[in-house]
Design a protein around this ligand. Structure first.
Ligand code: PGA
Length: 273
């Protein structure tokens, strides 16, 4: 076992890569795998102690899914958002059953760009998280403070508010609670996203401990001990090792550095070096 809770390397492509570019990404990835990741190295990916996932745009999901099946090790494909209702008059939204038909099992919810630019609120994040967990998805729920909030010493308060709004009290329905093994948290400080300035391992570890303590206080040690917490914000192949050496960091949600096949593969290589 690489780490007690395993490791997840998740690539969030945001609004990048057309369908054609998605195909090209996977072509290059396949060509580079034998050079970068030996068959022996692939054992962690095959036994699930290291998991890889890519989140393309909705339009590229089907193509990415087809391409992922051609790889020599498992790589999951996920969606960057999904609605809480299963169908209906919600123009521009995509539902769980639509994703499930493509075999998609992963979804990101509450990314700070959704919160900042598209009116996502704590309440809609809660509705999406609960519904998608109940539908059997693996949900990466994103939280994180802005630069102003960190500078004014409000990091703990913001993280606690964002988590409390999704998990209001202990004993909520098991399917939508941290007891659900499909729940992953991503701590993504807004000031570190796309800026090239990552949180230091100490800053990230401190926030991850706060998050774990929140779950321990509300749901008990077993729920908090099993909960995988990813770090996101300017993760690269170069800083990945230092971040993942922290005990409470169980993986990374990576934007920019996941768009290039070689750099994505290098991040999978991290624990194998
Ligand atoms: P970044 O994005 O790695 O480009 O900073 C991370 C994210 O937004 O998930």
């Amino acid at each position: 076992m690489l780490k007690p809770r395993g490791v997840l390397v998740a690539g969030n492509w945001k609004m990048n890569q057309t369908v054609r570019e998605t195909e090209q990404f996977f072509d290059t990835l396949r060509n580079e795998i034998p050079k970068l990741i030996t068959e022996k190295d692939q054992s962690c990916l095959k036994d699930g102690s290291l998991r890889a996932c890519i989140f393309p745009s909705y339009l590229s999901l089907a193509q990415a899914q087809t391409e992922a099946f051609k790889l020599p090790f498992p790589l999951s494909i996920g969606a960057q958002n999904a609605h809480w209702e299963k169908k209906g008059a919600f123009t521009g939204e995509v539902s769980g059953p639509m994703l499930q038909e493509l075999g998609i099992e992963w979804v990101i919810i509450g990314h700070s760009e959704r919160r900042q630019f598209f009116g996502e609120t704590d309440l809609t994040v809660k509705k999406r998280t609960e519904s998608l967990l109940e539908q059997g998805f693996k949900v990466i729920l994103c939280i994180g403070e802005t630069q102003a909030e960190r500078q004014t010493g409000k990091t703990a308060e913001v993280l606690s508010r964002q988590l409390s709004s999704v998990f209001p009290e202990s004993g909520s329905a098991a399917s939508g609670s941290p007891l659900n093994p499909g729940l992953f948290i991503a701590y993504e400080p807004v000031w570190a996203i796309g800026t090239g300035v990552n949180a230091t391992p100490a800053q990230a570890e401190e926030a991850h401990q706060l998050i774990r303590r929140f779950f321990k206080d509300r749901f008990g040690a077993s729920a908090s001990d099993r909960l995988p917490i990813l770090y996101g914000g300017s993760v690269t192949p170069e800083n990945m090792g230092d971040l993942l050496s922290c005990p409470d960091i169980d993986g990374a949600l990576v934007g920019g550095a996941s768009l290039k096949p070689v750099s994505f593969l290098k991040m999978l290589k991290w624990p194998l070096m």
